[in-house]
Design a protein around this ligand. Structure first.
Ligand SMILES: Cc1cc2nc3c(=O)[nH]c(=O)nc-3n(C[C@H](O)[C@H](O)[C@H](O)COP(=O)(O)OP(=O)(O)OC[C@H]3O[C@@H](n4cnc5c(N)ncnc54)[C@H](O)[C@@H]3O)c2cc1C
Length: 199
């Protein structure tokens, strides 16, 4: 971020907060810019969704356009649609979100409509040591326990999870094992001294 700020100060980068890209402009087969909306300033309380009311339009043209809009983790509909059912079985009924709702993946479809080819849509990563944040920063905020190797982990029926389902180790194998138990929760037993958390 420090380097970005230096470029901003030098006039090489312009940051456009509350600008939502909604369309890639295509002229003669070439992407020449981005169009979208300017959203109302956000003053929402912690744990609330920021507003999406539109207060203006925006359009930027450029010699090259890179889409770097991040993932889909804030959009459970898209997560469920892309879920790797063949590898993991059906998705859990209950999930918490480790990213805010604006990580909505809508640019993926927008880029596709403009001609982009999307690959590996089902390659997703989920932390299984997630618990609901009691003081959420965004709705349904999940917080990840940094477990250390000494926590004990059991499925819903009290069976100890097998290797490689160790805390902080192979999270996708752990997810598969928990889902195979047909319950979408597990028991994670740890002490005060091994319970630090990350956002
Ligand atoms: C809980 C958690 C812990 C993590 N821990 C680590 C870690 O310890 N180490 C590590 O290396 N990685 C970690 N990661 C992963 C890492 O944070 C991501 O891989 C990385 O941030 C992805 O960067 P990105 O630039 O692709 O997307 P993002 O950082 O998500 O950036 C995308 C940006 O695009 C904006 N955007 C999206 N759509 C639009 C639109 N339509 N119009 C305008 N703007 C838009 C978003 O607002 C956002 O600012 C963690 C992730 C999570 C969720």
């Amino acid at each position: 971020m420090r380097r970005v700020r230096e470029h901003v100060s030098a006039g090489r980068i312009e940051l456009k907060f509350r600008h939502q890209a909604s369309r890639l402009i295509r002229i003669n087969g070439r992407i020449t810019g981005v169009a979208g909306e300017i959203l109302e300033p956000s003053t929402v309380e912690r744990g609330q969704k920021s507003g999406r009311a539109v207060v203006g339009d925006s359009e930027v043209s450029a010699g090259a356009v890179l889409v770097t809009s991040g993932g889909i983790g804030g959009n459970f509909e898209l997560v469920r649609k892309n879920w790797p059912r063949d590898r993991l079985g059906p998705p859990p009924k209950n999930m918490v979100a480790s990213v805010p709702h604006h990580v909505d993946g809508r640019m993926v479809a927008i880029a596709q409509q403009a001609g982009a080819v999307v690959i590996n849509g089902d390659r997703m990563w989920h932390y299984t040591e997630g618990v609901k944040n009691w003081a959420p920063i965004w709705p349904n905020h999940g917080i990840h326990i940094l477990p250390g190797p000494s926590s004990l982990w059991f499925d819903a029926r009290g069976n100890r999870l097998p290797v490689p389902c160790l805390p902080g180790f192979d999270t996708l194998s752990t997810l598969k094992t928990i889902l195979a138990s047909r319950y979408d929760y597990s028991w994670f037993v740890l002490t005060q001294s091994i319970r630090p958390t990350a956002p």
